[in-house]
Write a protein that binds this ligand. Structure first.
Ligand SMILES: NC(=O)c1ccc[n+]([C@@H]2O[C@H](COP(=O)([O-])OP(=O)(O)OC[C@H]3O[C@@H](n4cnc5c(N)ncnc54)[C@H](O)[C@@H]3O)[C@@H](O)[C@H]2O)c1
Ligand SMILES: N[C@H](CO)Cc1c[nH]c[nH+]1
Ligand SMILES: [Zn+2]
Length: 448
């Protein structure tokens, strides 16, 4: 069901070990990648820009099978959904919100004031985004937890205007899934739309019908949703490219194969395009994990989707010489989620450079982080963890340098400004400083 990639050195045939770069790029991603999907969504996004609401409604009809008269979800649907919410689900949401709020509040940074001399001050001021559009996946499964992961950091950051969207559901009269609506009501989000996929991202970027354009779009989604974020990121701000889910597990002889298999399955359950990768020096663990996968997959509700994900070229068991080489593989792969199931997992976790989030030890499965760890589950995929971070309160803040110098403080550095402006052949820059030190209106030299 899952293929093997063997990177182990065979001293007989391969004395030098794998070729340069082979370890870092050992695990390929799915063949249909974000770049390919960008070409699929380009006409959708252009159409929404040109025609607005009617175009959005047409794509909802085509991809979601619903006929829409209004993109906005009526207020009554939100209150009714919360009233009907299963108490056990409500309790889970409330605990998750409590933990997320605690981490977001603790992670909220303050302004930084630097005094560079008497009267010379630079303030690094954090300003919340004014209006944001939050995307919650709803095509394959109604990801109510993604409502919390988006909304809580936005609220803690102090965002003024929050709009949220999720795919319309034929089974629910063209509205998003009621659990998603209930979570919006629980968090006090009133501006909710029934739009999914690329057309939703375009609606947020350009505005359409009742939805005004936003400054930033955040949230996870499938390959089309993430492709629209990539395409429109010069029109609107985005968080990371949080696309089809990935899990990598770095494990040794001490790992429990049934845990490893269950965790691979848990993320393959998201999407046939999801990637699940085990990296281990243990032949025994590889064999036992394969056997566990065979056993456990047939017992799951979404066995077909999981088999497709595990059987795709984006999933593999990678055999390595040792954990040192395994670390190179996982740093090269830059998974959305990385679990460390080894003896002394903290030590290995401390050396991870590239991962959306790291889950340490046998009792920290990714699915804990998906719902209730207090961490955020909106995380960069497809190798973007090399340069991007997961969603957090910081994603909803912009930093502005506020610069304030007195006459004396400017005088102190004026000659440096003049010299550097001359070096760049931009004398007007120097003159703008000099002008402040000319008592009679004629530019003179600053005193310093
Ligand atoms: N990286 C993360 O942080 C993270 C977190 C949660 C979920 N996810 C991922 O989110 C995804 C959820 O899947 P989903 O399908 O529910 O996502 P989704 O809500 O992003 O997409 C659903 C929409 O896709 C559109 N669509 C469907 N087929 C299409 C096609 N052929 N062409 C153009 N548009 C089409 C439809 O309009 C539909 O409403 C999964 O891939 C999951 O792994 C990622
Ligand atoms: N594993 C997903 C993040 O990639 C998030 C999620 C939501 N619900 C369940 N899981
Ligand atoms: Zn998940």
């Amino acid at each position: 069901m899952i293929r093997r990639i063997d990177l182990r050195t065979d001293p007989g045939t391969d004395p030098g070990g794998p070729a340069e770069g082979a370890v870092q790029s050992a695990v390929p991603r799915a063949e249909f990648d974000v770049d390919a999907a960008v070409e699929v969504v380009r006409p959708i996004c252009e159409d929404v820009r040109e025609r607005g609401e009617p175009a959005v409604a047409e794509y909802s009809a085509r991809f979601d099978g619903v006929e829409q008269t209004d993109l906005a979800v009526p207020r009554a649907a939100l209150t009714e959904a919360l009233a009907a919410l299963d108490p056990a689900v409500r309790a889970g949401l409330e605990e998750s919100i409590r933990r997320l709020r605690a981490t977001c509040a603790a992670e909220l940074e303050s302004d930084v004031v630097t005094d560079l001399g008497p009267g010379a001050r630079v303030t690094h001021r954090l300003v919340p985004m004014q209006r944001v559009g939050l995307y919650v996946p709803g095509g394959i499964a109604p990801l109510v937890s993604s409502v919390l992961m988006n909304v809580v950091p936005a609220q803690v950051a102090g965002v003024g205007s929050i709009a949220l969207t999720s795919s319309p559901q034929k089974a629910h009269g063209g509205l998003p899934h009621p659990t998603i609506l209930a979570a919006c009501e629980l968090l006090g989000v009133e501006e909710v739309y029934a739009v999914g996929g690329a057309q939703a991202i375009a609606m947020f970027a350009y505005g359409a019908g009742p939805c005004r354009p936003v400054d930033l779009v955040t949230g996870p989604g499938n390959i089309y949703t993430v492709a629209a974020k990539r395409l429109l990121k010069s029109v609107v701000g985005i968080d990371s490219e949080a696309g089809p889910t990935e899990i990598a597990i770095l494990a040794d002889e001490t790992a429990e194969a049934s845990f490893v298999a269950a965790d691979l399955i848990s993320q393959s359950e998201h999407d046939p395009m999801a990637g699940s990768v085990l990296v281990t020096p243990s032949e025994r663990l590889a064999e036992e994990t394969e056997a566990e996968l065979d056993k456990q997959v047939s017992l799951t509700r979404h066995a077909e989707r999981i088999r497709t994900s595990l059987g795709g070229r984006q999933s593999a068991i990678v055999l390595v010489d040792d954990l040192e080489q395994g670390l190179e593989v996982v740093n090269g792969y830059a998974a959305e989620h990385l679990e460390i199931q080894t003896a002394d997992p903290e030590r290995w976790a401390a050396r991870v450079r590239n991962a959306g989030a790291v889950f340490v030890g046998p009792f920290t499965p990714v699915s804990l982080g998906d719902y209730c760890a207090g961490s955020n589950h909106v995380l960069p995929t497809a190798g973007c963890a090399c340069h991007s971070s997961g969603l957090s309160v910081r994603s909803f803040l912009k930093a502005v340098h506020v610069v304030s110098y007195t006459r004396e403080a400017l005088d102190e550095v004026a000659h440096h400004v003049v010299a550097l402006a001359e070096a760049e052949d931009l004398p007007g820059h120097g003159a703008a400083v000099r002008a402040r030190f000319a008592p009679t209106g004629a530019p003179d030299e600053p005193t310093a």
